[in-house]
Design a protein around this ligand. Structure first.
Ligand SMILES: O=C(O)c1ccccc1NCC(=O)[C@H](O)[C@H](O)COP(=O)(O)O
Length: 257
């Protein structure tokens, strides 16, 4: 599944490149406000930092929510205290888009993550041209030299990479690639199985200056508490926020966990 998600994302990027070549994106980037400091926004604070996700659908869960205006949802996340907002831009299975990313960026003042199957520089240029502050790099989808190259390019563009791992080996590869913000995704992206205990198993391997993000499998406040108790600086939440009634209120209850 992961391979086909990358394949589709790269095909879609190639189509966009036909219309908008890299040099046009570089020209746009010159006019975009500098990226916000996502590291500072997600580093440990008194209360848990929540990265709230704009997620319409997913391969494992199908259609989750109608989100006619992602900017309205993102504004509600911001009012609920989200430390950052994740926007899925993958079109085929997650029903996202770069328009969603731009709309969210134009609305909120917190850092914004481009959540995508990124495997080439062009996709990072797109992210920055849309105003993203963070870009997702999934270790399982990239060989080590590509991971290192893309992580460096992300930083050159002024953004921060959220490097995502799902095993000890992947976490060590992420650290080797210089990750400053490193997530453990409870979801195995090949099988979709959830392993909420994985974050706690891998947390002791993090150096103290790397921001620890626990991703997926939060459905109730107790799940946020479990990640926090295991050492998470930030927790990334999608499904529970788009399916759980008023997102601002849901976020507030998660912050009280
Ligand atoms: O969510 C999926 O089904 C999925 C499948 C394949 C690749 C990625 C996938 N999701 C991306 C994510 O990791 C989540 O959207 C994110 O961590 C939030 O998860 P959740 O709170 O469980 O919706």
């Amino acid at each position: 599944m992961l391979e086909s998600l990358y394949h589709g994302a790269l095909e879609d990027a190639a189509e966009r490149r036909e219309r908008t070549p890299a040099r046009a994106l570089e020209a746009r980037i010159a006019d975009v406000a500098p990226a916000l400091d996502a590291y500072a926004a997600l580093a440990r604070s008194e209360r848990v930092n929540i990265i709230a996700e704009v997620k319409r659908a997913s391969p494992s869960r199908g259609r989750l929510a109608d989100i006619p205006d992602p900017a309205v949802l993102a504004a509600s996340y911001e009012r609920g205290g989200a430390a950052a907002i994740s926007v899925l831009t993958e079109q085929r299975k997650f029903l996202g888009s770069l328009d969603d990313l731009r709309a969210v960026r134009d609305t909120v003042a917190v850092p914004v993550l481009r959540k995508e199957f990124i495997a080439e520089e062009y996709q990072l240029l797109e992210a920055r041209a849309c105003g993203a502050d963070l870009a997702l790099l999934i270790v399982a989808g990239l060989d080590q030299s590509t991971l290192v190259r893309l992580a460096e390019f992300t930083e050159q563009l002024g953004m921060t990479a959220l490097v995502e791992a799902h095993s000890k080996d992947e976490l060590l590869r992420g650290l080797d690639a210089g990750a400053r913000i490193l997530g453990v995704n409870a979801r195995n992206l090949a099988t979709f199985e959830l392993h909420p205990e994985l974050f706690g198993e891998l947390a002791p391997l993090y150096p103290s200056d790397v921001v620890k993000v626990a991703e997926s499998a939060v459905l109730e406040p107790a799940h946020v508490r479990r990640y926090r108790d295991a050492g998470a600086d930030a927790v990334l939440i999608g499904e529970a926020l788009v399916t759980g009634g008023d997102p601002e209120t849901t976020l507030e209850t998660f912050h009280l966990a």
